[in-house]
Design a protein around this ligand. Sequence first.
Ligand SMILES: [Zn+2]
Length: 328
Amino acid sequence: MFEKIVGHQTITNHLEKEIAGGAVGHAYLFSGMDGIGKKKAAKEFAKALLCLDTEKKPCGHCPVCIQIDHENHPDVNVITPKTGEVSIKINQIREMISDLSVKPYSGNWRIVIIDGAETMTPEAQNSLLKSLEEPLSYNIFILLTSHPQSLLPTIRSRCQSYHFQPLSCEEIEKIFQEETEFDSQAINEAALSAGGSPGMAYYLLNNREIREERIHYLREIYSLLRGNEIKVFSLAEALSKDKITSQEILEFLINWFYEVGLLLEGQPLPGEAKPNKIQIEFHKILQNEKNKAIIKTLFEMMATIQYNVNLRLQWEKCFIKIMKIQKG
Ligand SMILES: [Zn+2]
């Protein structure tokens, strides 16, 4: 049913079972990093419920499937912050709720996808809460968020939660291999440096410089782990451009060491993917406990940079700590 969705097999299996068993819920929370495929999954779910094809749902080419793809189906409402705004305001939620009282135009469902649900103001969240508590029989809410902790606990507890895990390099390559405009080398580099997010991979495919830079950082960190102390300072300098860059690189590195950790524990990579060349190199020089300590250090760094800190200094501290861990 969801063959258009690469990876996230456990989630799609659940959703498929619910549809097949006629037991679709009224509120879902899809969480996971930006660009990981939450919106794609929400749309495929909506298509599976409303598609006009009698054999294969979603067919992907009936008027309903096409309208949902283009976000102009009257029964599928996608809510995001308005242009120029950073948050979803209470008025948007009120308007949506009043729309929902109208029965579906065509199918059996009216679906609301709230993209960037964490940007809802507290007032907007409270206003949504009542609809989540007492949904109309034909309502389905799908909340998409990269920061579920920013939602009220009462909202979260009303939703069936699905957490989207980073994809493996191989899965990301699979998504882009049909895009003929990109060569396989570029796809491979983008997949390697995307931190498990197809959305990031797409961005990197279109930004060669950043893509190559990330591969370069990996090589440098590898060298650092082999005892090349001088790399501490050049890396810290390169990575401390701004907070956003630091955050993105940290997400990428955390996912990188997490996957190396799976290899060290003899566990399969996401989607049973084959490890890539650079992962194997890291795997050879790391030990499981040290790798865990490195991931912990990167998470600590992530927490530290939320504050107004000297990024370069913090990166230096972070890399010195990583080097000490590796030296043991
Ligand atoms: Zn269709």
